[in-house]
Design a protein. Structure first.
Length: 41
């Protein structure tokens, strides 16, 4: 199972990187929204 997952990860590093970056961006975006909205509320 681990060997298959490792091969899959090495086959698509760009996809994994894009997923990782989108997750980071989503976290930053939610943090910015909370920081901007909660003081107003």
């Amino acid at each position: 199972m681990n060997e298959i997952q490792t091969l899959h990860l090495h086959k698509k590093p760009a996809v994994m990187l894009a997923f990782f970056m989108s997750a980071i961006n989503a976290t930053k975006l939610s943090s910015l929204l909370q920081a901007n909205l909660f003081p107003v509320l």
